[in-house]
Design a protein around this ligand. Structure first.
Ligand code: COA
Length: 378
C-alpha cells in the first residue's frame, strides 16, 4: 500500500540574545533623547517650526501593551541617546551573516530536540519580517551552514511568517516533495524599529525560532499532529515600512527622525480594532470546520503583540476569560518578536501537555495577515 504523507510538528527551537532592556532602561534613554532633541532644537520649537517631543512612560507601556522587557542583539547602541539604533558590525561575505547565525542556533535547538540529523532535512524556509539582504536568500545560507542537501527560500509575511511557513512546509510534505522541512524565523526587529518614536519604541525585541515540520512516518515520539491550517490576508496600510530597493531611485533613505516611513510605522489603535475581530472570526470558523469547540482547546499560543488583543481573542475562542495557562504570554519578557512570538509561546509552554491535548498556534500582523495551525499532541 502506498504511504500517504501526513505533516506533523516534530520539534521547535529557540535562540534568545544575551542582552535585555527593561522598560525602565528604555524609557530613561528615550527621555534623555527627548531632552537632548528639545534642547538642540529649542529655537525651531519656539518658532513653531518643529514640534516639541514628549517623554515616554513605563506605566503607559505596561498598561497599553503588556510588554515588560525585550532581548536585543545590541543594547548599548539602542540605549545611546545620540544614536538610538543597534550597532551591528558588518561582516565579510566569507562570514556567516548575523540573521543566518541566529536562525542556525534556533534550528540546531529544534533538530536536537527532534533527534534529527541536519543531513536528513530536505528544505529550509526562512520566514521572517525582514531579510538581511536582497540575495542570495537567507534560507540558502542557513541551509549551507547546517549542511542540508536540498533547497531553501525566503518568505516574508511580516508577523504571520511562521504560520505561513508551517502551512507551506506541511503542503510540501503532503505533496511528497519533502519529508522534513525546517521553518526558521530570525527576527532582528531592533533593526527596523524606530527607537525615536514614542508611539512604538517599546514594541519589538530580537529572537529566532525554528519549527521542524515532518512526515509523521519519520517523526519522533510526542510529536504534534497538524489538524488543520488556514491563512488569510487583507490589504492594509496600518502597519507599514517603506524601506526597499527603490528608495535610492526615490531620492534616498532618511531614518533619522521620530517618524520615518523607512522604518516600522503603525496606526496601533486601528490595528487593534480591525485585527481582533478578523482573527477571532477566522479561528472560530476554522474550529467549526474541524469540529472543535472552545472546551476542546487546551491552550492557545497567540501572536505576541499586545496582551489586551490576546485577552479579547482568547475570550471569543474559548468562550470564557482565558487563564495564563490557557493563553500564555511571553510579551512581558520578550516583547513583540514579530513572526517568532507565537512559536516562543509554544516552545516555552507545551511540555505539560499530554497525548490528545489540542492547541492552536496563531499569528497575525502586517498585510494584514493571519495564520492558524491547530495541533494535537501524540
Ligand atoms: N508613553 C506615554 N504615553 C504615550 C506613549 C508612550 N510611549 N505613546 C503614546 N502615548 C499616549 C498617546 O499620546 C495618547 O495620548 P492622548 O490620549 O493624550 O492622545 C495615548 O497615550 C494613547 O495612545 P494610543 O497610540 O492610542 O495608544 P494605544 O492604547 O492604542 O496603545 C499600542 C498603543 C501600540 C500599544 C496599541 O495600539 C497596540 O498594541 N496596537 C496593536 C498593534 C499591533 O498589534 N501591531 C502589530 C505590530 S506587528
Amino acid at each position: 500500500m502506498s504511504h500517504s504523507p501526513q505533516p506533523v510538528i516534530s520539534a521547535t527551537g529557540l535562540f534568545t540574545p544575551a542582552e535585555r532592556i527593561s522598560n525602565e532602561e528604555l524609557v530613561a534613554s528615550f527621555n534623555e533623547y527627548v531632552a537632548l532633541h528639545n534642547r538642540e532644537n529649542a529655537d525651531a520649537i519656539a518658532a513653531g517650526e518643529m514640534p516639541e517631543l514628549t517623554e515616554s512612560s513605563v506605566e503607559f507601556i505596561e498598561k497599553a501593551s503588556g510588554i515588560g522587557s525585550r532581548f536585543v542583539v545590541d543594547k548599548a547602541g539602542i540605549l545611546d541617546p545620540a544614536h538610538m539604533a543597534p550597532r551591528i558590525a558588518e561582516r565579510g561575505n566569507d562570514e556567516l551573516s548575523i540573521l543566518a547565525e541566529i536562525a542556525v542556533a534556533a534550528a540546531k535547538d529544534a533538530l536536537a530536540r527532534a533527534g534529527r540529523d541536519a543531513r536528513d532535512v530536505d528544505a529550509v524556509l526562512c520566514a521572517a519580517s525582514n531579510m538581511q539582504r536582497a540575495y542570495p536568500a537567507m534560507a540558502v545560507e542557513i541551509q549551507d551552514a547546517l549542511g542540508i542537501d536540498g533547497f531553501g527560500f525566503d518568505m516574508n509575511v511580516a508577523c504571520s511568517s511562521a504560520t505561513f511557513g508551517i502551512q507551506t512546509a506541511a503542503d510540501y510534505i503532503r505533496a511528497g516533495h519533502a519529508k522534513s522541512v525546517l521553518v526558521v524565523n530570525p527576527e532582528i526587529c531592533s533593526g527596523h524599529l524606530n527607537w525615536r518614536d514614542r508611539d512604538s519604541h517599546f514594541i519589538f525585541g530580537d529572537v529566532a525560532t525554528a519549527t521542524l515540520v515532518e512526515d509523521k512516518e519519520i517523526a519522533p515520539a510526542g510529536h504534534w499532529d497538524i489538524l488543520g491550517t488556514k491563512l488569510k490576508t487583507v490589504f492594509s496600510n496600518n502597519i507599514r515600512n517603506n524601506f526597499g530597493f527603490l528608495n535610492r531611485g526615490h531620492g534616498g533613505i532618511d531614518q533619522s527622525g521620530p517618524k520615518s516611513d523607512k522604518l516600522f510605522v503603525q496606526e496601533g489603535r486601528k490595528v487593534f480594532k480591525e485585527v481582533v475581530p478578523m482573527v477571532a472570526n477566522m479561528i472560530v470558523e476554522q474550529m467549526e470546520l474541524l469540529g472543535l469547540a472552545g472546551g476542546d482547546m487546551r491552550r492557545l499560543w497567540l501572536h505576541q503583540a499586545n496582551t489586551n488583543m490576546n485577552r479579547l481573542i482568547a475570550q471569543r475562542v474559548l468562550g470564557h476569560e482565558a487563564s495564563a495557562d490557557e493563553s500564555p504570554t511571553v510579551l512581558d519578557t520578550y516583547g513583540n518578536t514579530s513572526s517568532a512570538g507565537s512559536i516562543i509561546a509554544f516552545h516555552l509552554n507545551h511540555e505539560d501537555m499530554v497525548a490528545g491535548d489540542t492547541g492552536l498556534i496563531c499569528s497575525f500582523g502586517a498585510g494584514y495577515s493571519a495564520g492558524t495551525v491547530f495541533v494535537r499532541r501524540t
